[in-house]
Design a protein around this ligand. Structure first.
Ligand SMILES: NC(=O)c1ccc[n+]([C@@H]2O[C@H](COP(=O)([O-])OP(=O)(O)OC[C@H]3O[C@@H](n4cnc5c(N)ncnc54)[C@H](O)[C@@H]3O)[C@@H](O)[C@H]2O)c1
Ligand SMILES: O=C(O)C[C@H](O)C(=O)O
Length: 343
């Protein structure tokens, strides 16, 4: 009661004082709040379930533009110790985000058969911008993980909006490309007849078509494939999203495998926040490792986000060529985002 009264008083003073108050208030609250933005969707629901099962989460904040009360009530009956809170509609976005340590965003339209991810830009750019703006007010120090497509363009858009709000920290902004790694591990394990968890492979570049570049030469265990076999495997990984879109025949894109991938990525962020060492994930981040300003590659995670953008893994000649061939597309998709925010 005291703090609510005081907060009202502070908010009457100035927005800066309000922000300072929020940060102080969050600082004295214990635990880790994870906000899922788009929690009622095909990815949002199973992702929220997986996060409810994660012992590193103390508060799970479920936000969507549609009502999340039922989903929150349902999840809240699971006997794990985290608290689940429901938020929906524009007015409740700030409340959903306040004091969040991690914000994971699967909000936005999915593809239909025959569409490219880039065709989602018109529908999803505004969703990402609204979330970015709200984050800059409510939880500017949170780690931000965007799943929303087209990832290659959405992440630069979020960066631009955060810059406008004077709240951009490149160490804290991630495009989630984990599903490409998950798929690469699965398809390679199928070929080798081994447990997918035993496969390690970096996937670099971006998250659309040929910008998805699995580095088969760096696979552990080693892959003994000829050039044609490698090209076939690379295409399978690059087209895996489309494979699901076709199979769902108009009912959306990958949701369950994406929820698994995002839960894995968020768990890595949580472990890093908890000062666990040597947590490395491939993610689409601001980068100076290639000719593109945003690029997916292995990053070392720490409590504040990216501790170190690791060097690009070694590549064979074919991979070098694929990298050269994709940079034009990736740069165009980044530029599209920057232009959209500028106008
Ligand atoms: N990064 C990846 O690897 C990857 C993988 C799969 C899907 N995706 C993308 O994730 C996004 C979501 O996919 P989905 O299958 O869950 O879609 P969905 O339509 O099932 O769910 C999207 C949810 O977002 C909500 N939403 C829309 N606008 C919102 C807003 N302004 N604020 C809050 N919530 C809002 C909707 O109400 C809905 O509940 C799509 O853009 C899809 O292309 C990315
Ligand atoms: O393919 C899509 O549209 C969704 C997602 O990007 C995926 O890779 O499954």
């Amino acid at each position: 009661m005291f703090s609510l009264k005081l907060m009202r008083h502070v908010s009457a003073v100035s927005p800066l004082s309000q922000l300072k108050w929020n940060l102080w208030n969050c600082g004295i609250r214990r635990g880790v709040k994870v906000a899922v933005i788009g929690a009622a969707g095909g990815i949002g629901q199973p992702l929220s379930l997986m996060l409810k099962l994660n012992p590193l989460v103390t508060e799970l904040s479920l936000y969507d533009k549609v009502d999340t009360k039922g989903i929150a009530a349902d999840l809240s009956h699971i006997c794990t110790s985290s608290t689940v809170r429901s938020y929906f509609g524009k007015k409740q976005l700030i409340g959903a985000l306040e004091c969040a340590s991690i914000v994971v965003v699967p909000a936005g339209m999915p593809r239909k058969p025959g569409m490219d991810r880039s065709e989602l830009l018109d529908a999803n750019a505004s969703v990402a911008s609204i979330v970015a703006k709200a984050v800059s007010n409510a939880c500017p120090t949170a780690l931000l993980a965007f799943i929303t497509n087209p990832v290659n363009t959405i992440v630069p858009i979020v960066a631009e909006v955060l810059k406008q709000e004077d709240a951009y920290d490149p160490k804290r902004l991630f495009g989630v490309t984990t599903l490409d790694v998950v798929r690469a591990k699965t398809f390679i394990a199928e070929l080798l007849g081994i447990d997918p968890q035993a496969v390690s492979i970096p996937v670099i570049g971006g998250h659309a078509g040929k910008t998805i570049l699995p580095l088969l030469s760096q696979c552990d265990p080693k892959l003994e494939l000829d050039s044609a076999e490698k090209a076939k495997l690379v295409s399978r990984i690059q087209d895996a999203g489309t494979e699901v879109v076709k199979a769902k025949a108009g009912k959306g894109s990958a949701t369950l495998s994406m929820a698994y991938a995002a839960a894995h990525f968020v768990n890595s962020l949580l472990r890093a926040i908890n000062h666990e060492e040597n947590i490395i994930e491939c993610a689409y981040v601001q980068s100076d490792l290639s000719e593109a300003e945003f690029f997916a590659s292995p990053v070392l995670l720490g409590p504040e986000g990216i501790e170190k953008n690791l060097d690009l893994p070694e590549m064979d000649e074919e991979e070098e060529q694929r990298l050269e061939d994709m940079i034009g597309q990736l740069n165009k998709e980044i530029e599209d985002g920057v232009k959209l925010v500028a106008c």
